[in-house]
Ligand binder design. Structure first.
Ligand SMILES: NC(=O)c1ccc[n+]([C@@H]2O[C@H](COP(=O)([O-])OP(=O)(O)OC[C@H]3O[C@@H](n4cnc5c(N)ncnc54)[C@H](OP(=O)(O)O)[C@@H]3O)[C@@H](O)[C@H]2O)c1
Length: 160
């Protein structure tokens, strides 16, 4: 199980329920990485997607504690264990946020595709600091890219 996340210099990933720094090329990168796999997403992040709709061409598992929550095009899981059971046997599973879902599934993840943004905007949602975690190493630092003056890299981190 892998993670896909865009994080700033301080591992900030969002502010007031949304991502305030978005690089267009990152959308393409996200589609390429997640392919036709399974994504696990928190209910709040799902509602922040365009139209609040699940991602196309992928199996979507939405985490919620609300037993009545349903959304067309996605399956719901009400605990980490239930989600793990649902995705058992799926060849490619990606945890795509937000903060609470990254933290809940972090122990089960082996690789993280991190779009690392060289900026420090205001953030109130954070991803665990992989640089400070000896269990993780930077397997691919990625090339430096730039969009409208914002430098970023497509990094790959792996659990040692
Ligand atoms: N930079 C990035 O790559 C990226 C990616 C995604 C999200 N984000 C950011 O992350 C922030 C949102 O994070 P968040 O933590 O507030 O929301 P979230 O993780 O997207 O969703 C939280 C919701 O998921 C459900 N949930 C979480 N853990 C659960 C568990 N163990 N069992 C059952 N349900 C569970 C609950 O839904 P119910 O309330 O329905 O019970 C909870 O309220 C936003 O700022 C967003 O922009 C950033």
């Amino acid at each position: 199980m892998d993670i896909v996340v865009a994080a700033d210099k301080n591992w900030g990933i969002g502010y007031k329920g949304t991502q305030n720094l978005v690089v267009p090329e990152d959308r393409r990168h996200f589609r390429e990485v997640t392919g036709h796999g399974t994504v696990i997403v928190g209910r709040r992040t799902l509602l922040d997607f365009p139209g609040g709709r699940p991602l196309k061409n992928r199996r979507n598992i939405v985490l919620t504690r609300d037993p009545d929550f349903t959304v067309e095009g996605a399956e719901t899981a009400h605990s980490v264990e239930e989600a793990l059971e649902l995705v058992k046997g799926d060849p490619e599973v990606f945890v795509i946020g937000g903060e609470s879902v990254y933290r809940a599934f972090f122990p089960y993840c082996q690789r993280a595709y991190v779009t690392r943004l060289d900026a420090a905007p205001p953030s109130d949602a954070f991803f665990p600091d992989l640089e400070a975690d000896p269990a993780w190493c930077l397997a691919d630092p990625g090339e430096e890219r730039e969009h409208e003056g914002l430098k970023y890299r497509f990094q790959v981190w792996e659990r040692r």
